[in-house]
Design a protein around this ligand. Structure first.
Ligand code: SF4
Length: 347
């Protein structure tokens, strides 16, 4: 019989497993801590577990550790790693170091490919193959943290769900992975260090409200009106901007978490003074930061980067209207690790 990956189980499920071996429930907590707090992926090293239980677990369960298919380092220090999963699917994660701010951010993938087909995105061209399991998401973190220590001598400080896939269309696994990263019996990260980036799935945000989840949310807005947004993001047909603003207002009221709008500036498409004016109107219902992002060329996509003058005047118009705004220069451009570029090499 093929051994099963142990990390698909949460603490409650581990309790059932250890009880099936005739052991007390609290052993599950110890195993959970070995795996999710200490990052130990070998039953033999779990020294406070009886030999009988260790051997029983070893016979039935395993740890399918990722193997990297490629690692690329950008001249700005960004590191992109391609991972080969058990079923030979490929995903990517990216570490973005900002040593001056003491910030080492890992961008994780949540799906293999993506079903949403945003016209400017490399991942969208791959089509969805499958959802990642929660442990496959956390494994990117475990491996990323190792890499971050090797490369920069520093633990990861922030995790963003902004790689391949739409996290809120893989809700259960994403939330389970957030739990493992933030659980005090797990990695113990503050939820303030975790950001889920979504293209705007209203049902998913409603579920976050219902489940009382408190993570930062980044909405990939990219256009300030429905006509333009639907043109580049087909998901907008069924998730209109006004409804998104309503649900985000409710999310903010309940969680008081940080919300940001991601806005890639495309030349002569969404970079006019009218666009900036319309964008300002969307920022009045809750505190929000707008991240203006430089567009990175993706092969076969009919958009180009807004000019430097336009980027600056667009940002200035927002700031002059009291909107908290940052202009994010893309990192890792030379290795296709920048926003919207993951998966370029898999096509
Ligand atoms: S931008 Fe995000 S949601 Fe859109 S296709 Fe790419 S990965 Fe999917």
């Amino acid at each position: 019989m093929e051994k099963q990956e142990i990390r698909v189980f949460n603490q409650k499920e581990l309790e059932n497993i250890v009880q099936a071996f005739g052991e007390p429930r609290f052993k599950a907590k110890q195993i959970y801590e070995w795996i999710w707090q200490k990052g130990i992926l070998d039953f033999e090293l779990m020294t406070n577990i009886s030999k009988k239980l260790r051997e029983g677990l070893k016979e039935a369960y395993t740890f399918n550790v990722f193997t990297s298919s490629h690692i690329q380092e950008s001249s700005d220090g960004t590191i992109k790693t391609g991972w080969k999963l058990q079923d030979k699917s490929m995903i990517e994660s990216v570490i973005i170091p900002l040593p001056d701010e003491n910030r080492y951010t890992l961008c994780v993938s949540s799906q293999v490919g993506c079903s949403l087909n945003c016209t400017f995105c490399a991942t969208g061209k791959l089509k969805l193959k499958r959802n990642l399991t929660d442990f496959e998401i956390v494994e990117q973190f475990i491996q990323g943290n190792k890499k971050s220590n090797e490369a920069y001598g520093h633990n990861l400080t922030n995790i963003v769900y902004m790689g391949m896939g739409e996290p809120l269309l893989n809700y259960e696994n994403v939330i389970q992975s957030v739990d493992k990263l933030t659980n005090p019996n797990g990695f113990g990260y503050s939820t303030r260090r975790v950001t889920i980036s979504t293209s705007g799935i209203i049902k998913g945000i409603e579920k976050l409200i219902e489940d009382k989840i408190k993570v930062n949310l980044a909405l990939s807005l990219h256009a300030p009106d429905d006509e333009k947004r639907t043109h580049i993001m087909p998901i907008n047909k069924s998730n209109k901007i006004a409804d998104l603003i309503d649900v985000l207002t409710r999310y903010y009221d309940q969680s008081k978490s940080k919300i940001s709008f991601e806005y890639i500036l495309f030349k002569d498409f969404n970079d006019t003074t009218d666009d900036a004016r319309n964008l300002v109107k969307l920022t009045r219902r809750f505190p929000v930061k707008v991240n203006i992002i430089e567009y990175n060329y993706v092969e076969g996509v009919p958009y180009t980067k807004a000019t430097e003058d336009r980027i600056n005047s667009f940002a200035k118009q927002l700031v002059d209207n009291g909107v908290m705004t940052t202009v994010r220069r893309s990192r890792g451009k030379d290795i296709d690790a920048a926003c919207g570029q993951l998966a370029n090499k898999f096509r």
